[in-house]
Ligand binder design. Structure first.
Ligand code: AMP
Ligand code: GLY
Length: 419
């Protein structure tokens, strides 16, 4: 079977790398892919979705995996399914769980899913009244997609109100901010929990932790994620059970009831407060860089999991996970996340490190050379028997990577190491 992976980041690279081992796969296309995915398969590009769908039909593509949120929110999965193409990823209607924070919060309220107290509004006065009723700090979110940047934790009432005003006036996030969600601040630790879903049934992957801030010690601005590891020892099996019972199960049942059954990767952003999980957000796709540390944990059955989700047949799927820990360190370009960086040639020394791999993201291929083209460039992933060992392998890999201006955090997985 030939498959297509839609997207161009490290997440899509890691899915391709993991699926490459499956003997049933004859070829992998990346749409549009990056300068390194072309080594795992073939990069393809199209004028529009219709042209892509024609390609998928003519080529008899056996499975399309949609990586990023934007094409899901725009309804690519629906179009593919309407044309009889097996697709991993939720429908446009189900993707609203990520596409609109207001929708997600109302959904959580309706189905009794624990989440921070909130209001959603387009009215400045209503927003201010609610702000005045909360303790500091106060969380303000733009309703729509903002590439992970639409959340402000305001430290004063004045700041919260001015953030709300700028959002409602369309100054900070354009149309995405013309509705806001304001919520109470939850103080705890965060987990990223992924469920692969087929509309009814699901499997939960090992809980991961992301590192959203740019600098060590969780300082500096928010980013798309500077590193991740899984499984996290902070997630006991009792906690995972409670996340399944109180969040994932009611979400799948609720979505089915709403007439929008959810299939694909459900990413639950969880805050654990005094041992109890609260839902911060849903994403309707794998996280990046979480995906890069989850894919290598599959010993076998990964393709069947994707197929099972896409065909509504997850119940009969068998898969096995490794008893290892993966740690992923994101190596970003010099000016990330502030502005685009100058391109830089990537040199990777001959590997001395074992049990590690690289997932390539912001790279292009120029004249046969791999070039860092900006943003998050690559993720060095170490796999070990425990977090310490995986950290050691991941950073050994980082030491083999060289390009001008490279930056990375030195403390990935610190919460698991008790630092
Ligand atoms: P979101 O995009 O909704 O996950 O928000 C981005 C980040 O903001 C989360 O990963 C949290 O670190 C933080 N955050 C969001 N909502 C809250 C909240 N209610 N309380 C505390 N932190 C929050
Ligand atoms: N790592 C967080 C995200 O993918 O949104």
């Amino acid at each position: 079977m030939e498959i297509v992976i839609v997207g161009s980041g490290g997440r899509e690279y890691s899915i391709g790398l993991a699926l490459q081992r499956e003997c049933r796969i004859d070829g992998i296309y990346f749409y549009p892919g990056n300068g390194a995915t072309s080594k795992l398969g073939k990069n393809i590009n199209f004028k529009d979705d219709n042209e892509f769908i024609d390609f998928a039909i003519t080529q008899k593509i056996g499975l399309v995996i949609i990586g990023p949120e934007a094409p899901l929110v725009e309804g690519l999965a629906d179009k593919l399914r309407e044309n009889g193409i097996l697709t991993f990823g939720p429908s446009q209607a189900a993707a609203r769980l990520e596409g609109s924070k207001a929708y997600m919060k109302e959904f959580a309220k309706k189905y009794g899913i624990p989440t921070a107290q909130f209001i959603q509004t387009q009215d400045y006065k209503e927003a201010c009244d609610f702000i005045d009723s909360l303790n500091l700090p106060i969380v303000v979110k733009a309703d729509g997609l903002c590439a992970g940047k639409g959340v402000v934790i305001a430290q004063s009432y004045e700041e919260a109100k001015s953030v709300v005003r700028d959002m409602l006036e369309g100054k900070s996030f354009g149309d995405s901010g013309k509705k806001v969600v304001i919520e109470e601040f939850l103080d705890g630790f965060e987990l990223s929990v992924f469920a692969m879903c087929d509309g009814k049934d699901f499997i939960v992957l090992p809980a991961a932790q992301d590192h959203k801030r740019l600098l060590d010690g969780d300082k500096g601005p928010n980013t798309g994620g500077m590193g991740a590891y899984a499984p996290s020892p902070l997630a006991s099996s009792a906690l995972i059970e409670s996340i399944k019972e109180s969040i994932i199960l009611p979400t799948l049942a609720g979505m089915e009831k709403e007439g929008n059954p959810f299939s694909g990767a459900l990413f639950c952003g969880i805050m654990v407060v005094k041992g109890k999980p609260y839902l911060l957000e849903f994403n309707v796709r794998f996280g990046d860089p979480e995906c890069e540390v989850l894919m290598p944990l599959f010993k076998n059955g990964l393709l069947d999991c994707f197929l099972g989700c896409a065909s509504g047949n997850l119940k009969s799927v068998h898969y096995e996970l490794e008893e290892s820990v993966c740690v992923g360190v994101v190596v970003a370009s010099r000016d990330y996340p502030y502005k685009n960086s100058k391109k830089a040639k990537i040199v990777i020394s001959e590997s001395q490190s074992q049990n590690s791999l690289i997932s390539f993201a912001g790279v292009s291929s120029e004249g046969g050379e791999l070039v860092a083209s900006g943003g998050r460039v690559l993720v060095c992933v170490g796999k070990g028997r425990n977090v310490q060992e995986a950290v050691k392998y991941a950073y050994a890999k980082v030491d083999e990577v060289h390009f001008e201006g490279m930056q990375y955090r030195k403390d990935i997985a610190y919460q698991a190491l008790g630092k």
